[in-house]
Design a protein around this ligand. Structure first.
Ligand SMILES: Nc1ncnc2c1ncn2[C@@H]1O[C@H](COP(=O)(O)OP(=O)(O)OP(=O)(O)O)[C@@H](O)[C@H]1O
Ligand SMILES: [Mg+2]
Length: 492
């Protein structure tokens, strides 16, 4: 059985809902739509309800253009009180999601491609406008100096409404009454940056280069937990619109999401159980660190970003169509399809092994397909070939006997065995046995004939699953096998 100590438990839902008064709603809509302004005399204890309101607005259906706008006579802006940027808002991105973005309307978006085309540039974009007499604050900009260049371009409709709205605010509000306090700026740029982790998969980087604040941070015990959603706002909810759950393993749920800011589809993987202990977080981070250290390869699922929230790890990845699990891919593979999958995953393994890493959890569930391209994912068991990192083997059904016996001398050949076992399963369309005679036969590379498939392929699978790791081909040798000759000629 798979042993991944960092990924167990049940999903914890933390939706903050709160009752909204009309004025608070308008106020928060304004925060979402324009700038973050909280009256100075509003007690800081209102933070949690503000958060709830903010969350509610994010969770709610996108309002239509006309009703989503803040009434032009909003009291909080007309009364001329001093305003300060909300503390909460410093911890969350400030941008304006186009009204139609949730449904992808207005985007020339092919749902099959991970990056739908951006909307065509409109002649009037918010970023081009100069608004000298309107206070404009961009919490994400490096300074709050009043440079009136919003970072986000808006659609035409949004633009017209926003413009009318801003004009009214400008008229209603006496000049010089708004300011951004120094303490607010300090909050935005927290005194200490969050911790930097050493990536164990990357060599030749000194500790100092990685974390120049390391010494100071020693004095700040307790900072580490603060990265787990300490401010109560959800980066996931703020940055992404969730469509549906597309997968779930023993330890994570995977969702198809739209990133609000760039309008592209991604997969976000969230650990099911909160990672309360530092050791758990460090272990979970290894998946991210392995992906990040590997870099790009067409047969490896691309990694974009990751963060902790509510003590759960979120990993933003390239969205693929589905995995090769029997459930998702029930039809039998032809020999040509099998060779295609074998060749492409072998390429991924060659890349991984040449970077000094082993995957250690190769199986159909962890091989994804995207437009005919096979991609290896789930690096939760990845480790270094030299044995300098802890080793946790993946699903025992796909593991060779030596690793189950804790012989870690040929970790690259573990992946070769697992790939052979995965291809065997793909051909048979039956789950591999978990115990019994057949289970042990497979560990010795013994399996019945595979009707409809060439002897060349069957012999290759047998040698990939040889009980002696030394006799198994390396990933490079596999890729160079003459069985793929036609294929490589085609690619060349
Ligand atoms: N980038 C992706 N695109 C599409 N589907 C994905 C992606 N990543 C994961 N999935 C789906 O989610 C499932 C679970 O993902 P993953 O294997 O990474 O989670 P896990 O909890 O580590 O699983 P395991 O039980 O294998 O340890 C996959 O089998 C696949 O169906
Ligand atoms: Mg998996």
């Amino acid at each position: 059985m798979k042993r991944k100590s960092h990924k167990i438990g049940k999903k914890q839902s933390r939706k903050m809902k709160g009752a909204l008064s009309n004025s608070t709603t308008r106020h928060l809509q304004l925060q979402l739509g324009q700038v973050s302004l909280i009256p100075l005399n509003q007690p800081s204890s209102t933070t949690s309800s503000d958060v709830s309101c903010f969350q509610n607005l994010l969770d709610s259906e996108p309002p239509n253009t006309s009703s989503s706008r803040v009434p032009l006579t909003d009291d909080s802006f007309a009364d001329g009180r001093d305003c300060i940027l909300s503390q909460d808002f410093f911890c969350t991105p400030d941008y304006i999601t186009p009204d139609n973005q949730h449904t992808l309307n207005g985007f020339d978006c092919d749902m099959d491609t991970p990056c739908p085309k951006s909307p065509e540039k409109l002649s009037t974009t918010k970023s081009k406008r100069c608004r000298p007499d309107v206070m404009s604050v961009q919490p994400l900009s490096p300074t709050f100096s009043g440079d009136h260049q919003p970072a986000v371009e808006l659609g035409k409709d949004s633009f017209a409404d926003e413009f009318a709205f801003e004009k009214t605010i400008a008229a209603a509000k006496p000049k010089g009454q708004n300011y951004v306090s120094q303490s607010a700026i300090a909050l935005r740029f927290r005194v200490m940056p969050p911790p930097c982790f050493r990536n164990p998969f990357l060599e030749d980087v000194t500790e100092k280069e990685i974390d120049p604040f390391g010494n100071q941070r020693l004095k700040c015990a307790g900072l580490f937990p603060a990265i787990s959603g300490g401010d109560g706002l959800s980066r996931y909810r703020a940055d992404f619109h969730e469509f549906e759950q597309i997968g779930g393993g023993n330890f994570s749920h995977v969702f198809k999401v739209l990133k609000r800011l760039d309008g592209c589809l991604y997969a976000v993987k969230r650990s099911i159980r909160p990672l309360r202990l530092e050791t758990e977080r460090t272990k979970a981070l290894m998946e991210v660190q392995a992906l990040a250290a590997l870099g790009l390869h067409q047969n490896i699922v691309s990694y974009y970003s990751s963060w902790f929230e509510n003590e759960q790890l979120y990993i933003q990845m390239e969205l693929c169509d589905h995995s090769l699990s029997i459930r998702k891919c029930p039809e039998a593979f032809t020999e040509a399809q099998v060779l295609d999958a074998l060749f492409q995953v072998a390429n991924a393994l060659q890349f991984i092994h040449e970077k000094g890493m082993a995957h250690l959890d190769v199986k159909p569930n962890n091989i994804y397909v995207k437009g005919g391209v096979y991609k290896l994912g789930d690096f939760g068991c990845a480790t270094l070939l030299d044995g300098s990192l802890p080793i946790e083997e993946g699903d025992a059904r796909y593991m060779p006997q030596e690793i189950l016996n804790e012989n870690y001398d040929h970790l690259d050949k573990v992946d070769i065995f697992s790939l052979g076992a995965s291809i065997y399963e793909l051909i048979r369309r039956l789950p591999l046995p978990e115990s019994g005679c057949q289970y042990f036969n497979l560990k010795e590379g013994k399996f019945p004939l595979l009707p409809g498939h060439s002897l060349h392929l069957q012999n290759l699978l047998k040698v990939m699953m040889d009980p002696d790791p030394v006799k198994r081909p390396s990933a490079r040798e596999l890729v160079e096998n003459p069985i793929f000759c036609k294929k490589t000629q085609r690619i060349a």
